[in-house]
Write a protein of this length. Structure first.
Ligand SMILES: C[S@@+](CC[C@H](N)C(=O)[O-])C[C@H]1O[C@@H](n2cnc3c(N)ncnc32)[C@H](O)[C@@H]1O
Length: 349
């Protein structure tokens, strides 16, 4: 058996046998208490209790304006986010959840009829497969409008293949929106192989700079941080093992677009129409781009493309084009956090 297979088996055992509910987790790395937006909280209220009890995510990777969208949830677990999305995409949208752990999928599938009856339509499917090779779950090229994932990519022993597969599965202009655990440095091998730390989403946490390089290597040269919170481990033994490493739960947005590796200035501006139902006053693209409705905001070429070549296009007017280049664009910095457990900003644009 290869190291890759051993690693996957250890994760399958952790999520299939060791954990029976979120109460069994040994740290707060999964299940960080981020408050979801109101429309997500409302949809969560309709999800079956057994599904919610097996939630091991670390954020709320559900972007706005999801009606009629075709979504892929990688490492869907017991299906909590899939059943939330089912309601948001509606009868004309669809949700495919992919996971490799039979026990997790069994809980997700057990409640399919319950949710179909409650929502009045059945638009969710759960498929067994590996995120490093989505063909194992019969996911075809350019089939998803949006790919989400909640606390899964850190667990992958082959993250390059996993991100490569995401961009294969996304349609052109499609959006990757995921929450995961990141570290402020590369994880040393003794921490990385510890089965509990790995299972608890810490051992495989991505070091931001390596993540940025990795995702650029699969074709995505500009990723945006939407939200970032410090992870409190709250377990003295595991804190001792991880030492000075700081962990963060981060929600990331990226698009399948041909973007530049720096923010370049073409003199463009974006105006948000205020037409996204969940965001009538302002749309936050990331942690330092807030578009207040009806106000023109100067943007770099990449931001202009994200807003005009994706499913956000009907909600924005872009002023100007790329015919004249004015040099590098200062994309600004995320706000300095003031809340107790928030982290120092990462500049990612
Ligand atoms: C931390 S749990 C998160 C589950 C779910 N996203 C949630 O929010 O409750 C990680 C899930 O990813 C699945 N998983 C981990 N590595 C995987 C891989 N390489 N391929 C497919 N599924 C994987 C596990 O089986 C587990 O269900």
């Amino acid at each position: 058996m290869t190291q890759h297979q051993r690693s996957l088996e250890s994760i399958q055992r952790y999520y299939g046998e060791v954990l029976q509910s979120s109460d069994d987790l040994q740290t707060s790395a999964c299940c960080i208490g981020a408050t979801p937006p109101r429309h997500v909280a409302d949809a969560l209220g309709h999800v079956h209790d057994e599904v919610k009890a097996r939630f091991y995510g670390c954020g709320s990777p559900i972007p706005p304006t999801m009606k009629d969208v075709h979504v892929l949830d990688l490492g869907c677990g017991a299906g909590r986010d899939c059943y939330v999305l089912s309601q948001l995409v509606g009868a004309n949208g669809s949700v495919i959840g992919v996971d490799m752990t039979k026990e997790q999928l069994a809980v997700a599938r057990k409640h399919r009829d319950y949710h179909a009856k409650k929502f009045g339509f059945a638009n969710v499917e759960f498929r067994e497969g590996f995120i490093e090779d989505l063909r194992t779950a019969r996911i075809s090229d350019e089939s998803a409008d949006v790919v989400i994932s909640n606390c899964v990519l850190n667990l992958s022993p082959d993250k390059t293949s996993a991100f490569g597969e995401i961009f294969r599965a996304l349609k052109k202009g499609g959006e990757l929106y995921f929450s995961d655990v990141f570290a402020d440095r590369r994880i040393p091998p003794d921490v990385a192989i510890d089965p509990v730390l790995r299972g608890e989403c810490l051992g495989g946490a991505l070091y931001w700079e390596d993540f940025r390089r990795l995702i650029a290597a699969v074709g995505c040269r500009d990723v945006r941080t939407v939200e970032r919170r410090r992870v409190a481990i709250n377990n003295p033994d595991l804190e001792h093992k991880t030492g000075l490493i700081e962990f963060y739960s981060v929600t990331i947005r990226a698009f399948k677009l041909d973007l530049e590796d720096r923010c370049e200035d073409y003199g463009q501006a974006a105006v948000y129409n205020g037409t996204i139902p969940e965001a009538p006053n302002a749309f936050d693209l990331d942690d330092h781009h807030r578009f207040v409705a009806h106000k023109a905001v100067p943007v770099c070429g990449n931001t202009a493309d994200m807003l005009s070549l994706s499913r956000y296009a009907p909600h924005f007017e872009i002023i100007g084009d790329k015919s004249i280049h004015f040099g590098l664009f200062d994309c600004g910095s995320p706000p300095t956090p003031t809340v107790g457990n928030a982290a120092a900003p990462i500049k990612c644009c």
